[in-house]
Design a protein around this ligand. Structure first.
Ligand SMILES: Cc1cc2nc3c(=O)[nH]c(=O)nc-3n(C[C@H](O)[C@H](O)[C@H](O)COP(=O)(O)OP(=O)(O)OC[C@H]3O[C@@H](n4cnc5c(N)ncnc54)[C@H](O)[C@@H]3O)c2cc1C
Length: 440
């Protein structure tokens, strides 16, 4: 029997199953519980867990070479920006290739997880069973708990969150409807572009508190995320060069009929679309300011514009949530902050790991593949965490590094520059290896 700690992994989306693989590579005993009947989480269209935000037309915004796992390359014949069905198949193939499927318990939710007096985790499953583990990995995703704005007034028609949107016909038949899409994040741009086809909506209005820079998926014929600033480049210089390149290729947002952004490019999580600018420029959709109130058959914007509408689609994002925890220390604060060392460990709780809990640019898909290197080495004792005080100091420095470029908002509390993060993570693993060797 292994003398290594026993681990419970919550979730078998890409963050959970790649962590499972790493633990298995290190012979660390684990159970992985998954609510659904298959792996894939968000990328499982129609997921019976009710948590996937995939719409029928969704293509990933991250290019193939950026999202692929380092030990399981994507197909050479893949398009630059695969459809969700290809991503899900890739995940299924990964899990089957590495023989992980039998190690995942499907159809089973972790309903409660609490730290015992001796530091172990007691986990209560949807089967009613309780089990104890030495360590817990939380990989429950952070794009399933929709955030809905609370507008004064009432609206006569359907109001849905983009999480519920599947297609122009499901769950609401959008044909010939007057539609207000709220937000200008990636789901908003996709959904507004799709619905604004003349064969579908009568008209689409896009309501947002501020203008955004709508970035192209491509630059110079290549996926733009391939040209992100390399981690060796000083951040200030990299940002300045990227911002200049974006402004030069895109021009002014106002020229497409969009509101002028009140921030520089890359000061917000990238909103990326190849269709949206053309749809706005073609008059198929109209941008309006934020909604002030709902008024029966209309929405009223802060500038007094009254739009008679049939449907509202709120593409207003998500909030992190861990319904299985009741310890407030383990939950995000009122500002949607949950500071973590390397976005993995809460200082002072050395046997709890969060996997994939970041808004990494350009990808979250293979983020936990990297994070699991630290997790596995910590569990085997090859890696030692810094002291709590050091971790807190590093968190502050990392947040300044990763969040500094973004305007302050709940959606920007867990941003990461993927390449910089991975470089630093590898350095940290090496530093922790030396710490571990020193105490042995
Ligand atoms: C519309 C949309 C577009 C996106 N586009 C991109 C993109 O272009 N690039 C990118 O990198 N990312 C994108 N994302 C982000 C997406 O969240 C990640 O790509 C990826 O799905 C994260 O994987 P995950 O495993 O962390 O979470 P998820 O995919 O959400 O998987 C979590 C899993 O945990 C399971 N689970 C949850 N709670 C429990 C529990 N209590 N017990 C047992 N099982 C549980 C769920 O059933 C689920 O299977 C997008 C997200 C959305 C919503």
């Amino acid at each position: 029997m292994s003398s290594l700690p026993t681990v419970c992994i919550i979730g078998a989306g890409c963050s959970g199953f790649t962590t499972a693989k790493r633990l298995r590579d290190h012979d660390i005993p684990y159970d992985c519980f998954e609510i659904s009947d298959d792996v894939g989480g968000n990328w499982y269209f129609g997921n019976p867990n009710g948590r996937s935000a995939c719409y029928q037309s969704l293509h990933i915004d991250t290019s193939t070479t950026r999202l692929q796992f380092e030990d399981f390359p994507a197909g050479a014949d893949w398009p630059h920006f695969p459809h969700h069905s290809l991503i899900h198949q890739y995940f299924r193939d990964y899990v089957d290739h590495f023989g992980l499927r039998d190690t995942i318990t499907f159809g089973t939710a972790v309903e409660h997880a609490a730290r015992q007096a001796d530091g172990t985790w007691r986990v209560t499953l949807s089967t009613g069973q309780t089990r104890d583990y030495d360590a817990l990995v939380v990989a429950n995703g952070h794009h399933w708990n929709p955030y809905l704005p609370d507008y004064p007034g009432s609206f006569d028609g359907p109001v849905l969150h983009s999480h519920a949107y599947r297609s122009p016909f499901d769950p609401v038949d959008m044909r010939d409807k007057r539609i207000v899409v709220v937000g200008m994040g990636n789901s908003a741009l996709d959904i507004a572009s799709e619905l604004s086809h003349r064969s579908i909506a009568r008209h689409v209005w896009v309501s947002a508190r501020r203008g955004v820079w709508v970035l192209s998926k491509y630059r110079g014929g290549k996926p733009a995320d391939k040209m992100m600033m390399p981690p060796w480049m000083p951040k200030k210089l990299g940002l300045a060069l990227s911002r200049r390149a974006i402004k030069k290729t895109l021009g002014n947002m106002e020229d497409y009929g969009l509101p002028k952004p009140d921030h520089e490019p890359l000061s917000a999580h990238p909103s990326v679309s190849v269709d949206f600018l053309a749809k706005a420029g073609s008059g198929d959709l109209t941008c309006v300011p934020a909604i002030e109130r709902l008024d029966g058959d209309a929405v009223v914007c802060v500038d007094g514009t009254r739009i008679e509408a049939d449907v509202i689609v709120c593409a207003t994002g998500y909030r992190m949530a861990f319904p299985f925890f009741d310890d407030p220390e383990l939950l995000p604060d009122a500002q949607h902050r949950l500071p973590l060392f390397k976005r993995i460990v809460k200082p002072g709780i050395g046997n709890l790991y969060f996997a994939g809990l970041a808004q990494a640019s350009p990808t979250i898909v293979n983020l936990a593949e990297q994070q699991s290197k630290l997790i596995a080495r910590h569990l085997t004792g090859e890696y030692e965490l810094p002291s709590v005080a050091e971790m807190e100091a590093i968190i502050a420095r990392d947040e300044a590094k990763h969040l500094g470029q973004y305007y302050s908002a709940p959606r920007h509390t867990i941003q990461l520059d993927f390449a910089r993060y991975v470089r630093d993570l590898h350095r940290e693993i090496e530093a922790g290896r030396k710490r571990a060797a020193a105490v042995r």
